[in-house]
Write a protein that binds this ligand. Sequence first.
Ligand SMILES: Nc1ncnc2c1ncn2[C@@H]1O[C@H](COP(=O)(O)OP(=O)(O)O)[C@@H](O)[C@H]1O
Ligand SMILES: [Mg+2]
Length: 331
Amino acid sequence: MKIVVIMGGTSSEREVSLLSGDNISAALQKNGHEVISIDTVLPIEQIEKPIEVTQEHINQGDKNLLYLLAHPEIQSADFIFNALHGGSGENGIVQGILQTLGYSFNGSSAEGCTIAMDKVISKMIFEKNGIPTPEWLYFERNGGMDYPEIIEAILQKFNLPLVIKPGHEGSTVGLTIVENEDQIQTAIDCALQYNSVFLVEEYIAGRELTVSILGDQALPIVEISPLHGIYDYECKYTNGMSEYIIPAKLDPALNKQIQKMSVKAFNLLRCSGYGRIDLRLGADQQPYFFEMNTLPGMTKTSLVPKAAAAIGLSFNELLEEIIHLGRNGKK
Ligand SMILES: Nc1ncnc2c1ncn2[C@@H]1O[C@H](COP(=O)(O)OP(=O)(O)O)[C@@H](O)[C@H]1O
Ligand SMILES: [Mg+2]
C-alpha cells in the first residue's frame, strides 16, 4: 500500500508525535509499504524536500495540513496513518478533514475523537452509564464566577489533596496535584493556559492502570509504577522513569470487570479501531476511570505496543491490524 504518515503538528505533544511517527514510518516500510512521512507544519512545497521546522512554522498553525491533505500526491495514497497526538490531530478536526476528503485512516472518527478528547463530556457519559470516575467539578473561564467563589465551591466539595487539570489536554500537561489551599489559584491559572475549561477531581491514591483496546477487545491491562507520585510528562517519556507490569497482577474477576468496563467506555464514547483508557484502582479496590486516548503513543516502548506484545502481537503486526481496522471498520 501507499501510506502517508502524518506527524508533528502544533500541539503540546508535538515531540512525542515525531517519535511515534518515525517509528511507525520505519515499521511500515519494513512491512513492505511505500511510505511518505510528513511533518504537518511544513509548507506544501517542502513535501519532497523537508526543511528544518522553525517556531514560525509551528506558529502558523494547521493551515498547511489542509493543503497537504488535498495535494494530488497525497490523495493517491491508500491509507493515512495519523501519528499526531493531542490538539487538532486527536480532537476530531484532522479526522473531519480526512473523512471529508474520503481517506481511510487509523483510529476513531471525528465524532469519537471529539467526544473522547473532552474530559468533561467523557465524564458525564461515564457517570450516566455506570463507569466509575473520580468525583469532580468543572468550571469555564467565562462561567461567571470569580476566584474566591470558585475556590470556595472547590473546598466545600473536596478534601485535599485534589487534582486540577485542563478540560482537554494530554501527557499530564497543565495538571496539578493540589496539596494545600494556597496552591489552588495557581493550579487553576496553570490549567487555563491550555483550555478555557478546567476540571477539579478528588485525588485517587492507588495503582495506576491503563487498558488498550484493539478492535472490540481489551488487551491485557498494564500497571504503571511511575517514579514520581503520578504518571507525569517525565515519567511518561523518559526511559527508566516508570516500571511496567504486564499483565497487571489483579484478581481475575476484577481484571475482567475492568476490561469489560473499558470496552463499554470505548463504545459509549463512540471510539473505533483502537484506543487506550487511563484509570486508577483506588485503595477501596474500585476502578476510577480518567480518560480515553484515541491516538495513544506508538513508539516501541509505548503502552499499547506493550499490551499487544503480551498477546504475542509484534509492533509491526499491531500496525497492520490497526490499518486493517481503519480500512474495514465502521466509523
Ligand atoms: N483524580 C486523580 N487522582 C490521582 N491521580 C490523577 C488524577 N487525575 C490524574 N491523575 C494522574 O495524572 C495522570 C494524567 O491524568 P489524565 O487524566 O490521564 O490526563 P492526561 O490526558 O494528561 O493523560 C494520570 O495518569 C494519573 O497519574
Ligand atoms: Mg492520561
